[in-house]
Design a protein. Structure first.
Length: 428
């Protein structure tokens, strides 16, 4: 690739590439917040409905409806933010799509089919199929929704894994073409990251369920048994998910690019060696990612994982004693305050993964500056301002709706509620 974006600079010294990267970072980061909770809640709702279907327990059926309604609110906002990311790839990163779209675009196309046609269709059937479908068919629907949600995340990580460690391609006429789908799908950088993300989603969903339940237990709401069981499910999922996630996260360090690995350690000799290797392979240039931010993101991720593990382990012991679950208000406060911690953790991990790849859009093949669309800094400033404003509104609305519905409790859920009979018409 020889095309390079012009280095327009704004008054703050940020060139077009910096602005475009910031815009996509805000967009992808905001979307990731929705994705993590959606994946986690979908799995928890499916598990709870399975219990309700097999046992016929009305309590678990009500739990399915309450947590399912929170899942639907978050899912709807996630779809909107995901669409924006697709537009940004074409508007701001046409160089990337022209050069490598034939390869990673195949994974994105499959993800779109899975997410928008399969997942959304079956979710609609699940939402409107309460008391209209056989209970086993209705249970099958939520499992299809859950599995397709993970399939969607898998194909996204396949596309991202290609950007991290390109595989299964050839260079043909100045652009990349896919020649081995198996190599791209089996890319360790994608598979390990998918397992890591899957675990992070379960942590997010588990702590969300436990935190909301602890809020109601602290408030002494009437639904004590409802939220006692929900809290135990949330912690019971979050604790093993923490160990699952850190295991695959540790294994993933074996797939780090030499420059990212050197930036993480901060060792001057390793940094110099990595830079020299990249110069020898790609010519003069600065090929090292920003050391400080990469280390800060990694340390934040690991520190918060440790905090969550301690809290989850302590909570696992405490939840075995019913009087403690009902009356330990300090613990309830702690679990409620822990709700945002998994979100910060997953964002830190995402920053570590993506920032450490710089200055490459496709590592070793296409620099980020070459992946840019030919736009000016003024255009990017307008675009990032508009997107940031819209996303701030969407995020605020989403978490306001989640908080309101969560505070109202299971007595206010409308998902699956029987329709109110219409008033009889007056006759004369």
């Amino acid at each position: 690739m020889t095309r390079r974006a012009e280095p327009y600079r704004d008054a703050l010294g940020m060139d077009t590439v910096d602005l475009a990267r910031l815009q996509f970072a805000l967009t992808a980061g905001a979307h990731f917040l929705f994705v993590a909770l959606t994946l986690g809640l979908a799995t928890l709702v499916a598990v709870i409905q399975t219990r309700a279907t097999f046992s016929g327990d009305p309590m678990h059926l009500r739990m399915t409806r309450f947590w399912g309604q929170l899942y639907i609110i978050n899912y709807a906002m996630g779809i909107v933010t995901g669409l924006v990311m697709e537009f940004q790839l074409g508007l701001s990163w046409s160089g990337l799509t022209e050069y490598a779209g034939n390869v990673f675009g195949s994974a994105l196309a499959i993800e779109t089919l899975v997410a928008f046609f399969v997942e959304s269709t079956f979710l609609g059937l699940w939402i409107f199929g309460w008391d209209k479908l056989n209970r086993w068919a209705h249970l099958a629907l939520i499992w299809v929704v859950t599995l397709t949600a993970y399939a969607s995340a898998f194909w996204i990580m396949v596309a991202n894994g290609f950007l991290q460690h390109p595989a299964g391609h050839v260079l043909d006429g100045g652009v990349l073409r896919l020649v081995d789908l198996g190599a791209m799908v089996g890319n360790p950088a994608a598979l390990l990251a998918f397992a890591h993300v899957m675990g992070g989603a379960m942590i997010t969903g588990g702590f969300f369920m436990a935190g909301v339940s602890a809020y109601h237990l602290r408030k002494r709401t009437a639904e004590q048994d409802f939220f006692r069981k929900s809290l135990r499910i949330g912690i019971g999922v979050a604790l093993p998910a923490l160990f699952f996630t850190v295991t695959f996260g540790g294994i993933s360090f074996q797939t780090l690019q030499p420059t990212k690995s050197a930036a993480w350690t901060g060792d001057p000799d390793r940094l110099a060696e990595a830079q020299a290797q990249m110069v020898a392979a790609h010519g003069p240039g600065d090929y090292l990612p920003p050391v400080g931010p990469v280390q800060a993101a990694g340390i934040t991720m690991m520190t918060l994982w440790l905090v969550m593990t301690v809290v989850a382990a302590l909570s696992f012991v405490l939840m075995l004693f019913r009087p403690v679950v009902r009356g330990f208000r300090l613990w309830h406060w702690l679990l409620t305050l822990m709700i945002p911690v998994p979100f910060v953790t997953v964002l830190s991990g995402w920053v570590f993964r993506e920032l450490g790849r710089q200055p490459w859009a496709v590592f070793g093949l296409l620099r980020t500056a070459d992946a840019m669309s030919p736009v000016t800094a003024a255009q990017m400033r307008f675009s990032i301002t508009a997107f940031a404003a819209v996303f701030a509104v969407l995020i605020s609305i989403n978490y306001w709706l989640l908080a309101r519905q969560a505070r109202r409790g299971p007595g206010a859920e409308s998902l699956g509620a029987p329709a109110t009979p219409a008033a009889p018409a007056l006759s004369f």
